[in-house]
Design a binder for this molecule. Structure first.
Ligand SMILES: Cc1ncc(C[n+]2csc(CCOP(=O)(O)OP(=O)(O)O)c2C)c(N)n1
Ligand SMILES: [Mg+2]
Length: 315
């Protein structure tokens, strides 16, 4: 695409930058709505918003190919959005609908749609990583070039599962991509209290992982790094992507804000908001106007409300 293109010429369906933007927008608006509905007493399951971190899930999942598998963390709702799970399908989990995937026996943040590559996560921090390695082992044996990708927060460093997963993946050269949502906090604990460096790369490299530290708030940078990671993992070298970011929203809808003295950091990171940056990129390249993006936001909000009504009418 060139900066000569107008918003009308731009292929809204297939343009990568547009899909990165709409994926992040849908995730942001959906999570905002979930928190609102919970406060209004319309749903009971809690939300772990990914506000400020959406580029990681969307950028990585749009880089995957058919047959690949992804395991979201409890904060990676965007993975479901990017993998094509509709708002209606995701909402069924929040109202414990009989139509929910897996018969509504699971928590909404680790519901799964295996036939579409979304595998079940785990409430136990790090518990899903060994499963991601198991998937990667199956893929290695099948020799189709598919990869397994798992998201997790930087607080997972204290979990033995992460170290065991890196050990087996490095030794067996599994087609595995580990994506760290490195927001510098482990719930209410800053990284300085629990490890030597904010980056997790010094911990991953000795296991034999190819590593890259990236700006997790730049959707295009995440996408490009994930394409590299996919090619590398598919060729038999596991990859560790350390995505630097910041949790701009609540820890969860039940717990609220749990960190102390973050006002200044919040103000700084607001300037680096991934959604805002992608909007500026689209407008700066003449691919969308401010009015068009506002219209899209309204449409998305209406679509999310309509999805809620649909799910409620299903009984
Ligand atoms: C094995 C295990 N220990 C503790 C918890 C409680 N717990 C839930 S989230 C969390 C913090 C995880 O930190 P991180 O992954 O960085 O997530 P962030 O708070 O940054 O979103 C903890 C300790 C848990 N779910 N599982
Ligand atoms: Mg964290």
């Amino acid at each position: 695409m060139t900066s000569m293109q107008s918003a009308q010429d731009f292929d809204h369906q297939n343009g990568l930058e547009w899909r990165l933007y709409t994926g992040m927008l849908t995730t942001r608006l959906f999570e905002d709505a979930l928190i609102r509905w919970e406060h209004e007493g319309k749903i009971s399951a809690q939300t772990f918003p990914s506000k400020g971190q959406e580029a990681i899930a969307i950028g990585c999942c749009l880089a995957l190919e058919r047959g690949d598998a992804v395991i979201p963390s409890f904060r990676t709702r965007g993975a479901m959005v990017a993998m094509g799970i509709t708002i209606v399908e995701q909402l069924r989990e929040f109202v414990h609908s009989p139509l929910a995937a897996g018969g509504s026996r699971d928590a909404p943040h680790h519901a799964s749609w295996p036939e579409r590559g979304v595998m079940p996560g785990s409430t136990m921090i790090g518990g899903h990583l060994a499963m991601a390695a198991g998937l990667a082992l199956a893929m290695q044996l099948e020799q189709k070039g598919e990869v397994s990708l798992a998201f997790f927060g930087d607080g997972t460093l204290g979990s033995g599962d992460l170290h065991e997963t890196m050990h087996i993946a490095g030794m067996s050269r599994l087609p595995l991509i580990l994506v760290c949502e490195n927001n510098g906090w482990e719930m209410a604990t800053p990284w300085q209290k629990v490890r030597k460096t904010q980056s997790l790369i010094p911990y991953a490299e000795p296991f034999g992982f190819a590593t890259r530290s990236i700006d997790g708030n730049d959707a295009l940078e995440v996408y490009n790094a994930a394409r590299w990671a996919r090619a590398t993992a598919s060729n038999g070298q596991p990859v560790f992507l350390d995505c630097m970011t910041f949790r701009a929203g609540l820890y969860s809808s039940h717990f609220g804000e749990v960190r102390g003295n973050v006002e200044k950091d919040l103000a700084t990171w607001e300037q680096r908001d991934p959604l805002k940056r992608m909007a500026e990129w689209l407008m700066g390249h003449g691919l969308a106007s401010a009015e068009e993006l506002q219209r899209l936001t309204r449409q998305e909000e209406e679509g999310i409300e309509a999805a809620f009504n649909t799910v409620r009418s299903e009984g």
